[in-house]
Design a protein around this ligand. Structure first.
Ligand SMILES: [Zn+2]
Ligand SMILES: [Zn+2]
Length: 252
């Protein structure tokens, strides 16, 4: 076994708040240059660029995961991760059914760029993605699990759109194997603050990159036999000698 670098929170140009330079191909090149082994695309409420991301990562020798940063009814951001484009697309269909349809006519937050599986640009997505879905946190976790995926509440220490900001605690029975802390958060402080609320879950920290400069080796290292979905599951469960380590926060 050896250490692998993981970045499982990345926004492509589909997220209106991300720069247009975040094409799946450019992201994969930047991830490879940064030494990332395992990467997930997690656009707001959508998996539309997942197929292009998977293709681009495979070209660069990176193990791709398919994901989404769901905004739940409680306005909590939740990373939803899957091992395949098919599972992610099925989840996307479920989310779109519970996401109020609003046309992104003004493009006030930026254009939502889509790419086909070969990385070619397509017509921008017209439905606005940056709104909260009607899916509750518990329901979302159960539905993701039913599709073979896993959930990680995002940037729990941030003052908005986070578990601690919106709920004030980590629900004891919430079926999530890990909690994401933001890039600048200190792990020891978060552990103290959470206390027993951590409930044996792992802490992880990803880039939440919205531009290419935000892509870097990251803070989360995984001790795995090889970089894969099944090994990630073992590491997050702390089983069979697999481990998760969050490196100290650094000023960049
Ligand atoms: Zn977020
Ligand atoms: Zn994000």
């Amino acid at each position: 076994m050896r250490w692998y670098a993981a970045d499982l929170h990345l926004h492509s140009a589909l997220s209106p708040c991300a720069l247009r330079e975040m094409t799946p191909a450019a992201m994969a090149r930047a991830l490879a240059a940064s030494g990332v082994h395992l990467a997930a695309i997690t656009d707001h409420n959508s998996c539309e660029n997942a197929a292009a991301f998977v293709t681009a990562c495979r070209k660069e020798g990176i193990t791709p995961l398919v994901g989404m940063e769901l905004e739940t009814r409680e306005e909590v951001h939740l990373l939803c991760l899957f091992s395949s484009v098919e599972a992610g697309t099925d989840w996307q269909g479920h989310v779109y059914g519970r996401l109020p349809w609003r046309e992104d006519r003004a493009r006030a937050f930026g254009t939502q760029w889509r790419y086909d599986a070969g990385g070619r640009p397509m017509a921008p997505l017209e439905r606005l993605l940056t709104i909260s879905s009607e899916l509750g946190l518990e329901e979302a976790c159960a539905e993701v699990k039913a599709r073979g995926g896993l959930c990680i509440p995002a940037h729990i220490d941030r003052p908005a759109y986070s578990l601690l900001a919106m709920l004030g605690l980590v629900p004891r029975d919430l079926p999530v194997p890990a909690l994401e802390i933001s890039a600048r958060a200190r792990e020891d402080e978060l552990r103290l603050r959470l206390g027993k609320g951590l409930g044996g879950r792992q802490l992880v920290s990803f880039s939440d990159a919205h531009c290419l400069d935000d892509i870097w080796p990251g803070r989360t290292a995984l001790w795995l036999a090889h970089p894969s979905w099944s090994e990630l599951e073992l590491a997050l469960a702390g089983r069979d000698g697999r481990r998760v380590v969050v490196l100290p926060a650094v000023e960049r």
